[in-house]
Design a protein around this ligand. Structure first.
Ligand code: NAP
Length: 460
């Protein structure tokens, strides 16, 4: 009877997860999607607590308290701009849990002398993928948090070393299927996978880390699938498969949005050094403006497009952007918001920020659609965006961002750029848009500048 209740609860949880994923695909339903997923997780955890194999609840309670104590600050206090490294850390913990379950199951099987070849196969996959994800995600966290050097780190014969290690890991797995009780090989396999995780992330540049984090998410999902098979738990298999596939789809979508092949992201060295493209940038003088003059243009513009980027997130200026947009609209101007798929530091970053600030969803326009509108736009207001509006991505073959689709801001009749100074974008290359004769630069923190513009537009 209890087993039936558990399986029905798992089915409900799986339905909730799938519905949640669907809802997460649109900004207006994303919040509901998160709530559905959280509810699904609560159902799955509650059902698992009924399981007959649970020996004592004390350790579970201690784990839950410790997990909540660590999870609450991670969820509530980490700023949006640090989300990629926070997610990397979560993957490392998730994968560590899967690896520990694998180690626990293996030692239990050894102790009771009940180890089988199929079981050891599932456990081996679990610890291989789990261990690789733990160290890979920890490396990604270190690079994103700038604890480790963000540049790609390479050394002679790296590919050969990697191949030998992967072959050694697969060799251990094959050995274990033949001799399941060889615990030394089981431990060696975990260590080898941990080293592969480090070496896999080492040669990838900091700019590509979000793609790597998403791929590691996929590995963590597959480790969960293997855990599900190993401990005969259906919800782990379903959730792991959803996680594994959605992580892979997200990595592919991010690579596509940067117009890079997946192989190039993983084995190229993008973002390592912008000096070539910098040297080839046309150069020229930036034309500086002040908030009074800039506001006059906005106050009398008929069509305005706001272009948010990473700097908006840094200065948390989304509310000020929305307020400025409303002021322009009150004066009769039409305002839209251009959303580049990889603006900011994670997919959907700008959607999340602007939706949180209350910008209506129908004003958030995706890149392909908004690009057709720039030519008829009086002022394009670029707020803390750089790479996603860099014309070099279309014109400079030597640029590391060449081929990345951009927002065609330069097609607008005039461009106003709000940024703190002459800092480069994440890829580290110069941006000729800033020296274009139709561009005016308003230097300062995005939030302050938007506040000033708002005040000036009001009094214009
Ligand atoms: P970006 O190229 O990183 O440029 C951000 C700009 O914001 C900088 O030039 C900086 O210039 C300015 N800035 C920083 N803090 C500011 C503040 N407080 N006030 C005003 N301006 C500020 O940003 P992006 O155009 O959004 O491009 C995103 C980049 O991340 C792309 O290269 C993309 O490929 C990469 N990426 C994104 C994702 C994703 O999923 N979103 C994933 C992987 C990689 P100053 O220092 O002069 O102020």
């Amino acid at each position: 009877m209890t087993e039936t209740v558990i399986q029905v609860a798992y089915l409900i949880a799986a339905f909730l997860f799938i519905t949640a994923l669907r809802a997460l695909g649109r900004p207006d339903s994303a919040r509901r999607g998160m709530q559905l997923a959280a509810f699904g997780m609560a159902v799955a955890v509650a059902a698992t607590l009924l399981h007959a194999r649970i020996v004592t609840y004390e350790w579970i309670a201690i784990g839950a308290v410790l997990g909540a104590a660590a999870g609450y600050p991670l969820g509530m206090w980490v700023p949006m701009t640090a989300m990629p490294q926070r997610i990397a850390l979560s993957h490392a913990f998730g994968a560590l849990a899967a690896t520990l379950v694998g180690v626990g199951e293996y030692s239990h099987d050894l102790a009771v002398g009940a180890i089988t070849r199929t079981h050891v196969l599932a456990l081996s996959f679990e610890v291989l993928l789990g261990s690789l994800t733990v160290t890979g995600s920890a490396m990604a966290f270190g690079k994103l948090q700038e604890i480790l050097p963000g540049r790609p780190v390479t050394f002679p014969y790296q590919n050969i070393v990697n191949l030998v290690l992967v072959a050694a890991g697969v060799g251990c797995l094959a050995w274990l299927i033949a001799y399941p009780i060889d615990a030394r090989v089981f431990v060696s396999m975990i260590v080898i996978a941990a080293v592969v995780g480090v070496l896999f992330v080492l040669p990838i540049g900091g700019a590509d880390m979000p793609v790597v984090v998403s791929l590691l998410n996929s590995y963590a999902g597959l480790a969960a699938v293997a855990t599900g098979f190993a401990i005969d738990n259906n919800i782990l298999i379903i959730v792991g498969a959803l996680d594994g596939l959605s992580g892979l789809i997200l990595s592919l979508a991010m690579s596509k949005a940067m117009n890079r092949s997946f192989a190039n992201v993983l084995f190229g060295a993008f973002g390592a050094d912008g000096s070539v493209a910098s040297a080839e940038a046309a150069g020229g003088e930036m034309s500086e403006t002040n908030s009074e003059n800039a506001a006059l243009r906005l106050a009398y513009a008929e069509r305005v497009i706001m272009v948010p980027g990473y700097g908006l997130a840094v200065s948390q200026a989304q509310h000020q952007m929305r307020e400025l947009g409303e002021l322009i609209q009150k004066r009769g101007g039409e305002v839209r918001y251009a959303i580049h798929p990889v603006a900011g530091r994670m997919p959907g970053h700008m959607n999340v920020l602007l939706a949180e600030a209350g910008v209506p969803y129908d004003k958030l326009i995706d890149m392909d659609e908004i690009n057709e509108r720039f030519a008829e736009t009086d002022v394009a207001v670029v707020v803390g965006a750089n790479d996603v509006v860099n014309p070099a991505a279309q014109t400079n073959r030597a640029s590391p961002i060449f081929g990345m689709p951009i927002l065609k801001v330069a097609d607008a009749k005039s461009v106003l750029v709000l940024k703190r100074g002459r800092g480069k974008g994440f890829s580290g290359v110069d941006n000729d848009l800033f020296v274009d004769p139709k561009t005016s630069m308003l230097f300062g923190d995005a939030r302050e500048s938007l506040l000033d513009l708002g005040a000036e537009v009001k009094s214009a």
